[in-house]
Write a protein that binds this ligand. Structure first.
Ligand code: PBE
Length: 268
């Protein structure tokens, strides 16, 4: 391992994800200034590039700092820790909301009812993420989970009438948690007769698309903080169906072998 401060070892770089992600805005605009980390920068990339960089560093026991979040499979695959955030700038545990386009209830009341009833726990989404991480295609992992969890899925489909191939378009961003949840909801909708189109977009277009009606729904809206700017920008142009999962977390994440514990330790 190289000597010097963690900043010197890492060239003052935190490995981030796609620039539209809420965690990027929070890190760059609130966390770095809030802790006086003016020397540091957050490298833009993607969720996949971030986990690839994490795996590479981890396999050689090199230092690395990523923008991380839960639920996520990386905590199952690697021994990691969140850096303490004594100022609380990453906020409290949030809810993940389902957001529908205006008019979906009138056009597809049964799909709307299923989306409104969709609700699960962090351990459930983690199961799906782990299946995908172990090599299953997202749609296969989702249909496996749906078929193995009929008790939960039957609560989402309660009172939902069978469809006959009507099309529903779900927009999602390639964040691993949202890949998992979107595929599971798609599988549940398909189980009651819908044809579901999954369209991968960036975060801004995801919100714009549900607001302009080009997508029917999104299930990965982190609120009240992470997607606050998008929510405010499009408020009035979507229907918020409320929480589908409670208990998320955001932060800076490092391998457990690194001997720093707090974001404040990055000042040295
Ligand atoms: N995430 C995963 C997203 C929301 C879901 C934490 C990377 C974000 O930062 O916007």
């Amino acid at each position: 391992a190289s000597s010097g401060s963690v900043g010197e070892q890492l060239d003052y770089e935190i490995i981030g994800i796609d620039p539209g992600a809420g965690i990027m805005n929070l890190t760059i605009n609130d966390v770095l200034p809030g802790y006086g980390l003016d020397d540091w920068e957050v490298v833009e990339g993607s969720g996949a590039a971030m986990t690839a960089a994490l795996k590479k560093a981890y396999d050689s026991e090199d230092p690395i700092i990523i923008t991380g979040w839960s639920p996520h499979w990386k905590f199952n695959s690697f021994d990691l820790k969140y850096l303490e955030d004594p100022e609380g700038l990453y906020g409290e545990a949030e809810d993940v909301h389902t957001i529908a386009r205006l008019g979906l209830k009138e056009d597809h009341p049964d799909a709307h009812l299923l989306l409104d009833q969709f609700n699960w726990e962090p351990e459930h989404i983690e199961n799906v993420m782990n299946l995908i991480q172990e090599g299953a295609a997202p749609d296969e992992a989702a249909s496996q989970w749906v078929s193995e969890n009929e008790d939960i899925v039957s609560e989402w489909t309660e009172g939902v009438n069978e469809a006959s191939g009507e099309e529903i378009t779900l927009l999602y961003v390639a964040w691993d948690d949202v890949i998992a949840s979107t595929n599971v909801v798609a599988s549940a909708l398909e189980s009651v007769g819908y044809e579901v189109d999954l369209v991968q977009v960036d975060a801004g277009p995801m919100w714009a698309g549900v607001a302009d009606g080009s997508g029917d729904a999104i299930v990965g809206a982190w609120l009240p903080t992470t997607h606050a700017d998008y929510y405010a920008e499009y408020e009035g142009n979507f229907e918020d169906l409320g929480s589908n999962l409670h208990g998320t977390k955001l932060g800076l994440v490092v391998p457990a072998y690194m001997d720093i514990d707090s974001i404040e330790d990055l000042k040295e």
